[in-house]
Design a protein around this ligand. Structure first.
Ligand code: PMP
Length: 411
């Protein structure tokens, strides 16, 4: 969508930004589907499970009981208690209720935090590949995103040396995400420790961690969040989380965070002039999610793990594609370098991952997202939060199309 026109002059802060490319790709795939093509969309970043019944029931009860008014701006007292208890129970983090906050999604939490803390030109270090929104949220807030490229050789994880080299006097935040969207890589205690050491030598740099995929981890990988590893970090770390992915609640819109009270208060100032409180009904549902039974999480994660294995094995069996086995989340981030430079049956050369993804949609009716959207070209992201049957079909089509591509060029 073009935001400029003769009659509308956009603000400079958004003039160079567009709506998410992932949404654009998904829209294109959906349009083809409407035309009757058997398109399989592996682009979406949301679980295919439904919200559990006990969570829905809590929302219905809240409506019946008249919990339909504004609540406290950044979360009702009950919501804040549930967030505080969650951090204590699952992460070993002790927060007072004025050190936690709730908003309409983790995205709004990140937005509030950047708006509340960045001045024009302040730098935010972001290891790439990363979730597409980080860069534009920082830009809208007047900051400068500083990409630190990470590759397969470190499991797409940031190293202490790379962090050290990226820090300047203008650095305000380091933003980390584990498990990661788009790579599925996770940081364990041994990965965090050297980074924390660098942060301790640079007390002007604060740490924002996006723990959104905390509950989707495989093979016994132990989740840990940095604020729990170093008490010294506690007064300059914002721990961000939300109910969207763990509880299949993407449409309900509830994210939360814990951090130093002055930052939390600043975030409330931003939120007070944008959305006010998150939906009262959603808060009732989110309290039920955080306080309620957690046993279904393991079942769902086991199902994701089976799909991960299916997808990663099938991708690695394709000539020209390689894929690292991710520790968590529901994404596979695969290299298509081996297919770049090949010619399609129409004689078109695939010059980039964007070309590859556009071609895959045309040739195989499979929609995936180019790595360039996440800051690393030569790769593509598959979301495997879809049925095994669809995944098998999509991968069979991908394998067939890629084999033809290899064959085409050799002839
Ligand atoms: N962080 C990451 C890494 C994500 O992938 C997403 C959703 N795609 C979010 C945050 C935002 O989640 P929410 O629905 O809570 O806004």
């Amino acid at each position: 969508m073009d935001i400029s026109s003769k009659s509308f002059r956009p603000a400079e802060r958004i003039a160079d930004l567009g709506v998410s490319e992932i949404l654009a790709i998904t829209a294109r795939a959906a349009a083809l589907k409407r035309e009757g093509r058997p398109v399989i969309i592996l682009g979406a970043g949301e679980p295919d499970f439904d919200t559990p019944d006990h969570i829905k029931e809590a929302a219905i009860a809240a409506i019946r009981e008249g919990q339909t008014k504004y609540t406290v701006l950044d979360g009702s007292p009950a919501m804040k208690r549930a967030i505080r208890d969650k951090f204590r129970r699952e992460n070993g983090l002790e927060f007072r209720v004025d050190e936690v906050t709730a908003a309409a999604g983790a995205k709004q939490i990140l937005y509030n935090a950047m708006m509340a803390s960045l001045n024009e030109g302040d730098e935010v270090i972001i290891p790439t590949p990363c979730w597409t929104s980080y860069f534009d949220i920082v830009r809208i807030a007047g900051g400068v995103p500083v990409a630190v490229p990470c590759d397969d050789s470190t499991g797409f994880r940031l190293t202490a040396d790379a962090l050290d080299a990226a820090i300047t006097p203008r650095t305000r935040w380091l933003l980390l995400n584990s498990p990661s969207n788009p790579t599925g890589s996770a940081y364990g205690e041994n990965d965090y420790r050297p980074l924390i050491e660098v942060l301790n030598r640079n007390p002007h740099v604060w740490l924002m961690v996006d723990d959104m995929y905390e509950h989707i981890l495989y093979d016994g990988f132990r989740f840990v969040t940095p604020a729990a590893l170093d008490t010294g970090l506690r007064n300059r770390c914002l721990t961000v989380n939300g109910v969207s992915k763990a509880y299949a609640m993407t449409g309900w819109r509830l994210g939360y965070a814990g951090g130093p009270a002055p930052l939390i208060a600043g975030m409330a100032v931003v939120q007070s002039q944008s959305t006010s409180c998150p939906s009262s009904v959603t808060q009732a549902a989110a309290i039920a999610a955080l306080d309620g039974p957690q046993d279904f999480l393991a079942e769902r994660t086991a199902s994701f793990a089976a799909r991960r294995d299916l997808v990663v094995d099938a991708l690695n069996a394709i000539d020209g594609i390689t894929c690292r086995k991710p520790e968590g989340a529901f994404y596979a981030f695969a290299s298509c370098e081996g297919l770049i430079g090949r010619a399609t049956s129409q004689g078109r050369r695939l010059d980039s991952d964007r070309d590859f993804c556009a071609w895959l949609l045309e040739a195989a009716d499979v929609a995936v997202v180019p790595g360039a959207c996440f800051g690393l070209s030569g790769y593509f992201r598959i979301s495997y939060a879809t049925s095994e049957q669809e995944l098998r079909e999509a991968l069979a089509r991908t394998a067939k199309a890629c084999a033809a591509l290899m064959h085409q060029t050799e002839n």
